[in-house]
Design a protein around this ligand. Structure first.
Ligand code: IMP
Ligand code: MG
Length: 179
């Protein structure tokens, strides 16, 4: 599997250290709130599970799965909900937890959609941010790492549904595309 990774961008130790810092910050910010973390499937699942274990609050979690229409290389901004939440979020302090914000079109849609359900507050936490690629004007409240415009895999992120299980963030090797 290592042959498929061109280089390790963020190793396991750096990820765990940063996740701990974010958890401390979130614990502080949500101390007197009713925190509901919404994990965006599937990419957000590894980050969410590490993060939630380190947040020292009686939080709840729920899941949403979304997909963008259009080719994989060009985000259209048209998003379809494949799995919706199991619960109402009115009056809750909602934190969206995503793997990566790229163009921001997916999150833009999600934010608008969730705001219409009248949460008490709505914030966004992303493990990775590729600011160079941003199209939609969205605010991300908690960012793990800013990364350059390279296609990355691991720690929840996939290429053709594979590599989500890597414990680090790696750059995909070019020879995988041509396989
Ligand atoms: P956006 O709507 O362009 O911000 O797309 C966000 C989604 O695209 C993420 O939730 C990922 O599923 C996917 N994505 C964007 N960049 C990468 C990457 O480098 N590797 C794997 N998936 C990515
Ligand atoms: Mg995703």
């Amino acid at each position: 599997m290592l042959d498929d990774v061109k280089k390790v961008l963020i190793d396991e130790g750096a990820l765990q250290k940063r996740v701990k810092e974010l958890a401390i910050q979130i614990t502080e910010d949500y101390r007197d709130k009713d925190l509901l973390m919404i994990c965006i499937l599937k990419g957000g699942v590894v980050f969410t599970s590490d993060l939630m274990k380190l947040i020292n609050l009686p939080l709840a979690i729920d899941f949403m799965a979304v997909s963008s229409y259009g080719s994989s290389t060009k985000s259209s901004g048209v998003v379809r909900i494949q799995k919706d939440l199991d619960q109402e979020i009115e009056g809750k302090d909602v934190l969206i937890v995503e793997d990566i914000v790229d163009t921001g079109l997916t999150l833009h849609y999600l934010i608008e959609n969730l705001l219409s359900r009248k949460p008490a507050s709505l914030k966004v936490c992303c493990c990775l941010d590729k600011p160079e690629r941003r199209v939609a004007d969205i605010h991300v409240d908690y960012v793990g790492f800013n990364i350059p415009d390279e296609f990355v895999i691991g720690y929840g992120l996939d290429f053709a549904e594979k590599y989500r299980n890597l414990p680090y963030i790696g750059v995909l090797s070019e020879n995988v595309y041509s396989k």
